[in-house]
Design a protein around this ligand. Structure first.
Ligand code: 6PG
Length: 249
């Protein structure tokens, strides 16, 4: 596990954008394409704006990027809460990512269980694996951390936390009275690199509990993020790191 500390969210997002480009170019050089899982929330918005702006947008062959989401809110893609919409407006529609490489979670569907299993099949197709076999390994997974210890839409004390078979599941979050779709730790932890972006003082207690507290994944779902063989990086800004005892890598 590596932890990198940044002065503020802006510096953190710039470094995350550089990391994204490096990971992408390495994957494209080795395998001809880059599979990335995007997160929602406010922190990645700035990262996406950096990636789609000059000069970074010209440092990557965006036509070789396969875009997957780690979670989605149960709203139409045009809704202001949609993770797809945020990424589309700040990143995808500004770049030449072919539509066929943009794989949206269809969380607006009435039957979320069907949407989840269809997404598993879609991921399997994109990654050339059998949907009933071991999950594939994404090149890069971007995640955030909620002030309650959630990551993706793996919220404390919710059903998705105990999912050990499926790669994608619906998850009802009682405290938000909301349904979500989320990738599960089973597939997230197969990634070659998981990059968790954490910024802001409201994350300080959760971050210290997740990284330095006792292992209580039902209360702190982000503790379930433990790549099987890949790399785990935490990019953290000073306000979010305020409660950490160990502040180095
Ligand atoms: C979402 C997420 C979620 C997010 C965290 C942190 O759909 O909201 O994917 O897990 O990453 O809540 O979000 P912020 O970056 O807004 O703090």
């Amino acid at each position: 596990m590596g932890l990198r500390l940044f002065h503020d969210a802006e510096e953190l997002c710039r470094a995350a954008a550089d990391e994204f480009i490096q990971n992408a170019n390495a994957a494209i050089e080795q395998r001809g394409r880059f599979t990335v899982v995007l997160s929602g929330g406010s922190t990645p918005r700035r990262l996406f704006e950096h990636l789609s702006g000059s000069p970074l947008r010209d440092l990557l062959d965006w036509s070789a990027v396969e875009v997957v989401w780690g979670d989605e809110r149960a709203v139409p893609p045009s809704h202001s809460d949609s993770n797809f919409r945020m990424a589309n407006e700040t990143l995808l529609c500004r770049l030449k990512v072919p539509e066929a490489r943009i794989h949206r979670l269809q969380a607006e569907r009435e039957a979320l269980a069907g949407a989840a299993s269809d997404y598993q099949v879609e991921i399997a197709r994109v990654c050339n694996v059998d949907p009933g076999a071991e999950p594939p390994s994404f090149d890069l997974v971007l995640l955030g951390l909620g002030s309650d210890g959630h990551t993706a839409s793996l919220f404390p004390e919710t059903e998705a936390l105990s999912e050990s078979r499926d790669w994608v599941v619906p998850n009802y979050v009682p405290k938000l009275s909301a349904h979500r779709l989320t990738l599960t730790p089973r597939i997230l932890n197969r990634a070659s690199h998981i990059l968790v972006l954490v910024a802001g003082p409201d994350k300080a207690v959760a971050l210290a509990d997740v990284l330095e507290g006792t292992y209580e994944p039902k209360r702190l779902p982000a503790q379930l993020i433990r790549p099987e063989v890949g790399k785990l990086s935490w990019f953290v800004d000073e306000p979010a790191a305020a409660r950490l005892e160990k502040r180095g890598a």
